[in-house]
Design a protein around this ligand. Structure first.
Ligand code: NAI
Length: 481
């Protein structure tokens, strides 16, 4: 079995935490119970790219219990929990550190960008029952990196060449080009045949979904995609309540700074922004929101936050958090005006929300590591700015991401989406889909007992009066929650 993780010796610790997490993930446990015998994912070869955490370990092992063959990489260089990765590799059924028998994982905390893209490519290397090399037939993606690898691979194969690495000044994209160039040289046609086998992708996050809709719009999407993010039980829970938990967790573990009384700026008031602002307010911070969308700006104001332009408050705030999924939100000119020891972090998917390249180019600036994933940038006049996780998502880089219970909602949607796309392929022509509402409601239902929720049941007369079935769905598609 091939794999690459930090230390298999951490597997026992990982297994203990996985078992604790299982108790907090009733949705995934229900999937195992409901579908374990039927094995709906038998024959599925799932290539996964999603933060390799304890919660993801429970997801991976659920997919395996439903019959899938799985290979996994992380979708972020800092988010892996090494004990989770080790436990998944060692496995549950008699696997040992010397003789692991779990799932091939290619992830460790603190990868370089080159390592990240080398490992991402390895999730495509399956072997079939006769020992032949084959590709995956389903993708499970978070942010769209492995989906992009396939699409670019096919495009470059069609063109017969990969653009030169010096055609871009984006350091990360250079690594993508390097990996694809090597692949085209060693195995021309590989990505085209991989793409032909892929029944679909299930995408976890806002940013990845955005990339899928763009491809679909321009006509370049190669296979169907299920937008897991926009299940209500994903984005309205993970993005919001997950960040409400894990944002301050990241800031605390990184800096231990007293948040109460400080002025914090949250850029963006979408789902992640709403959870982040509440998280900081819960600690007693005075929170200011920035927005470009008048609806979200009005929501923030009516939720009791000041709404300002970054330029108006940049010299007054102590903590800055970007949550936009957009790029170039905090730039060099903002850093120049910040207070000494301002803390800057990002919780959106990619690191370009904060212009790290622009920061590094400020004349005379020096970067110094306080501890891994916490750096101070020292200006020539001695002013220091503290940057978390080098601008990458701080709740996973500086802490351990969202807690199990909320991830159980997200990942139950992932499992249902994998079953949909793998078993009902013909119902999904190339396009981007959300799961039907009855499944969304079902995911929520699976999490009620654990919280002691008593759900009121409609009478038949009441159901008729509001025009729904007693068993749901209870809302029209356009309802926004
Ligand atoms: P969203 O679309 O609901 O919210 C983004 C908000 O930012 C929007 O309201 C938009 O109007 C605003 N915005 C865009 N440009 C702006 C600008 N220049 N200044 C101020 N506001 C601006 O998206 P969502 O679901 O909140 O996701 C945001 C990002 O977080 C995405 O990259 C997503 O993939 C990521 N994410 C991260 C998670 C984590 O655990 N760290 C969890 C879930 C999502």
């Amino acid at each position: 079995m091939d794999y690459k993780v930090a230390d298999l010796g951490l597997a026992d610790f990982g297994r203990t935490e996985i078992e604790l997490a299982e108790h907090e993930m009733p949705g995934l446990m229900a999937m195992r119970e409901r579908y374990g015998a039927a094995q709906p994912l038998k024959g599925a070869r799932i290539a996964g790219s999603l933060h390799m955490t304890i919660q993801t370990a429970v997801l991976i092992e659920t997919l395996v219990d439903l019959g899938a063959d799985v290979r996994w990489a992380t979708c972020n260089i800092f988010s892996t929990q090494d004990h989770a990765a080790a436990a998944v590799v060692v496995g549950r059924n008699g696997g040992t550190v010397e003789n692991p028998s779990g799932v091939p994982v290619f992830a460790w905390k603190g990868e370089t960008l080159a390592e990240y893209w080398d490992e991402a490519e390895k999730v495509f290397d399956f072997t079939d029952e006769s020992g032949n090399s084959v590709g995956p037939n389903v993708l499970l993606d978070d942010g769209g990196d492995i989906t992009m690898l396939v699409h670019l691979g096919v495009e470059f194969e069609k063109a017969g060449a990969v653009p030169a690495q010096d055609s871009t000044d984006n350091e990360e994209f250079k690594e993508v080009l390097r990996v694809l160039e090597r692949s085209l040289a060693n195995n021309p046609g590989r990505w085209t045949s991989i793409a032909a086998e892929i029944k679909g992708v299930t995408e976890e996050t806002t940013t990845g979904v955005h990339r899928l809709y763009e491809r679909f719009k321009e006509g370049s999407l190669l296979f169907p995609a299920i937008n897991v993010n926009d299940s209500v039980t994903k984005s309205k829970f993970d993005n919001k309540y997950g960040c409400r938990h894990s944002l301050v967790d990241g800031i605390n573990r990184a800096t231990d700074v007293m948040i109460g009384g400080k002025v914090a700026v949250v850029c963006g008031y979408g789902d992640v922004g709403k959870g982040s602002a509440e998280s900081l307010r819960g600690q007693g911070a005075r929170v200011i929101v920035t927005e470009i969308d008048p609806i979200c700006a009005l929501q923030a104001a009516m939720d009791g936050y000041e709404v300002k332009r970054l330029e108006s408050v940049v010299d007054k705030a102590d903590i800055f958090v970007t949550t936009t999924g957009n790029f170039n939100i905090i730039r060099a000119e903002h850093f120049a005006q910040m207070k000494n020891q301002a803390i800057v972090g990002n919780i959106g998917h990619f690191d370009n929300e904060i212009d790290m390249a622009g920061l590094a180019k400020i004349p005379g600036i020096v970067k110094s590591e306080i501890k891994p994933q916490v750096h101070q940038w020292i200006f020539p006049d001695g002013k220091k700015i503290i940057v978390l996780s080098e601008g990458r998502l701080l709740n996973l880089g500086n802490a351990t991401g969202h807690p199990s219970f909320v991830m159980s909602n997200s990942f139950t949607n992932q499992v249902l989406a994998q079953i949909e796309v793998f078993t009902k392929t013909e119902q999904y022509p190339v396009g981007v889909y959300v799961l039907p509402k009855h499944l969304d409601e079902e995911v929520a239902r699976l999490h009620l007992d654990a919280l002691g929720v008593e759900l009121t049941e409609l009478t038949q007369e009441q159901a008729d009066y509001i025009g729904v079935e007693v068993s749901g769905p209870y809302k029209p598609e356009h309802y926004r929650y």
